[in-house]
Design a binder for this molecule. Sequence first.
Ligand code: 5GP
Length: 113
Amino acid sequence: MMEKNIFLDIVEGKIPAEIVYQDDHCLAFRDISPKAPTHILVIPLKEIRTHADVTEEDCELLGRMQLAAAKIAKQEGLDGYRLIINCEESAGQTVPHLHLHVMGGRDFTWPPG
Ligand code: 5GP
């Protein structure tokens, strides 16, 4: 079972997070348990449970998340980075709010586990 939507609590300021970027569509903060020297999560302010739930009306929002990730990578001085979205528990999703992992600062292997 996925845990409760703690990312909504971060959006609402109920639990603290180290916020690194925000705009009218997205919020980005450092992952509490980083798996790389830089590990940031970009989330939409709109409540979307998982990637499979996006619709035509989310096209701009998805682009905004990608743009935010590129800006954050520059801001963090990353010369290479990996973007990951885990969709559903079988793919490793643990928080039921769409999020884009921005990871960098080390070499990555392929394929991912
Ligand atoms: P997922 O496994 O769903 O793709 O990614 C969820 C991520 O959220 C994990 O990398 C986990 O470390 C991170 N996370 C879980 N709880 C918190 C929290 O309370 N604050 C922050 N900043 N990150 C969290």
